[in-house]
Design a binder for this molecule. Structure first.
Ligand code: SF4
Ligand code: MG
Length: 279
């Protein structure tokens, strides 16, 4: 846990919209929202220079709660929309947010290719190992023997997706994990992720007390990564991931590779394209 509060140049409140979150009491996503506003306040980013893009799911409601540009898109397509936005508006700080179902199942292919494309985006996945919004189905990160859901009474039965391993294998240049019980720690990771010039992947263990009440115990089992500093060596990162129990938090991997940014997207071209599709 990170005890020291992140110093902020502006008030985090300046990044909160007037809309009250509709998450269940105790949902881990509240802390993530608070960490996002803290990180933006620390960086003193002008609201109009930030965009928060999401797909579908409980955590994907987050753009509505942040005072910035936002787009609540369709299921699994947050990264596709965000990369399009970044291509057209490289000046914006683009945060992409969503859950494990949205990001690793229907959006799994976008995840892989966003990692290898390495555009300058920050991808925040609030991972609760369940589809919360649609009432508790197993998601890609659900353990194979989890058998509490009426919809999967015998458990998913297949090994769970390992987001950090997939991100590393796909070419992500920044991989970190936080815990929503440690909002200061998440805020600090977010600042590093936003400042990283490339694709930053931040997995946040974010309990769903409604459909996974046992996740209230996560606070007792999360712990920092064995190594304090991230590695820039992918082989070493892979070894750390293999040795990890999935509950380690902190920075895992960071390497500097030039971010990919198409240089041929001009407003005039976009307008010409729009003209072609006019009905
Ligand atoms: Fe949060 Fe779970 Fe409620 Fe969704 S269902 S708002 S993830 S606690
Ligand atoms: Mg989920």
């Amino acid at each position: 846990m990170s005890n020291a509060t992140l110093a902020t140049k502006l008030k985090p409140k300046a990044y909160k919209s007037g809309i009250k979150p509709v998450w269940c009491p105790g949902c881990g996503d509240f802390s993530v929202l608070s960490a996002i506003t803290k990180a933006l306040a620390h960086l003193a980013l002008p609201n109009e220079e930030v965009a928060v893009i999401s797909g579908i799911g409980c955590s994907s409601r987050i753009p509505a709660y942040v005072s910035a540009y936002g787009f609540h898109g369709i299921h699994g397509r947050a990264l596709a929309a965000a990369q399009g936005l970044k291509a057209a508006r490289p000046d914006l700080t683009v945060l992409v947010a969503g859950g494990d179902g949205d990001g690793f199942s229907i959006g799994g292919n976008h995840f892989i290719h966003a990692c290898r494309r390495n555009m300058d985006l920050t991808y925040i996945v609030m991972d609760n190992e369940v589809y919360g919004m649609t009432k508790g189905q197993a998601s890609p990160t659900t353990a194979p023997d989890w058998a509490k859901s009426k919809l999967t009474p015998h458990g998913p039965g297949v090994p769970s997706f390992n987001p950090a391993a997939i991100a590393l294998a796909s070419g992500a240049t920044f991989i970190a994990r936080g815990f929503s019980g440690d909002p200061n720690g998440i805020a600090k990771l977010l600042v590093e992720a936003i400042e990283h010039p490339g694709f930053s992947f931040l997995q946040i263990l974010s309990p769903c007390p409604t459909f996974r009440p046992e996740q209230k115990e996560w606070k007792k089992v999360v712990h920092p990564f064995a190594q304090d500093d991230p590695t820039s060596n992918p082989v070493e990162a892979a070894q750390r991931i293999q040795a990890d129990d999935g509950m380690s938090t902190g920075m895992l991997y960071r390497t500097m590779v030039p971010a990919w940014q198409p240089d041929n997207v001009a407003t005039a071209e976009v307008e010409a394209l729009e003209g072609e599709f006019k009905v």
